[in-house]
Write a protein that binds this ligand. Structure first.
Ligand SMILES: C[S@@+](CC[C@H](N)C(=O)[O-])C[C@H]1O[C@@H](n2cnc3c(N)ncnc32)[C@H](O)[C@@H]1O
Length: 271
């Protein structure tokens, strides 16, 4: 009976179609996916590209889509920076295994990246965020033109404020009063009193030569063994960040590891 059914089904077009899809299904799906991504890339403005994250990676990072959306919602230029966020996630995991050290971000603006640090930081550590919260300072801007030739507008990034940034970073978490410290004002003046601290993770994202240089001088020696320093805008549009970094590390034996993110970030693991 079974053979009879098989034999008669064998000759139907439906069976043939089923067999074809069963065997060729994967390549058809692959082709459709490629076509879908090409359409999206074609329709999007050229500054965007679609980065696909494989499901087996996403399984270990359930919040990925939420993190991308929240990251972008803080300000329009942040974009869905898949590579930056994913690389940071792995670095956060690495530094969480260290015994000591706090977290710092120089240049916080509306808190897009600080929120990620805060969310993935190790439990008993603090996050320090440094920003004028009034945008670029005129002193830094003047120096920038001399050093890199870039013409920068002072006050750029002033559309933020301390209270909303704090809420955004902690996402309303009740126990944040002691674990998030926002230092408002001109860096490096706002570093005062933290000279003996140890750091396990530092992001320098103040864009310009002067604050980036000051950040390197203040933080580098105090980063613990195995700790991570991330430097934003090294391979990107703000030339001053690269100039400051290259000057600072000129006679030091470190490897700057580039990330293919939207702003040409590099990172160093301290040894
Ligand atoms: C590109 S934004 C930071 C973006 C942020 N890290 C994020 O993830 O969205 C650069 C910030 O650096 C800050 N900044 C630049 N120079 C500074 C200085 N000397 N002292 C304090 N903040 C400074 C600016 O106010 C601005 O908010």
């Amino acid at each position: 009976m079974k053979t009879l059914i098989e034999k008669s089904l064998n000759n139907t077009p439906l069976y043939g179609l089923g067999k074809f899809f069963f065997h060729k299904g994967r390549s058809i799906l692959y082709f459709l996916e490629k076509a879908y991504l090409s359409c999206i890339n074609f329709l999007l403005p050229k500054r965007y590209t679609v980065s696909k994250v494989p499901n087996y990676v996403l399984e270990n990072y359930a919040d990925f889509r939420k993190d991308l959306e929240t990251y972008e919602s803080a300000w329009p230029y942040a974009q869905r920076d898949t590579n930056r966020i994913f690389t940071a996630k792995y670095l956060f995991e690495m530094v969480a295994t260290l015994d000591v050290g706090d977290y710092a971000e120089l240049g916080t603006y509306r808190g897009s990246f600080a929120r990620l640090i805060y969310k993935y930081k190790s439990k008993n550590s603090k996050l320090y965020c440094f920003d004028t919260f009034e945008g670029f300072d005129s002193k830094d801007v003047e120096k920038e033109t001399v050093v890199s030739g870039d013409i920068i507008k002072s006050g750029f990034f002033s559309d933020t404020n301390l209270e909303s940034v704090a809420n955004y970073i902690t996402q309303g978490s009740a126990d944040s009063s002691d674990s998030l410290i926002l230092r408002k004002g001109f860096f490096p003046a706002t570093f005062e009193g933290l000279e003996n601290k140890k750091w396990r993770f530092v992001l320098l994202d103040a864009d310009l030569y002067e604050p980036q240089k000051a950040g390197l001088e203040k933080f580098w020696d105090a980063i613990v063994e195995g700790g991570v320093l991330m430097i934003h805008d090294y391979n990107a549009s703000y030339a001053g960040s690269k100039i400051a970094t290259d000057e600072f590390f000129k006679n030091k034996k470190v490897d700057l590891i580039p990330i293919a993110d939207n702003a040409g970030t590099v990172f160093v693991i301290k040894h």
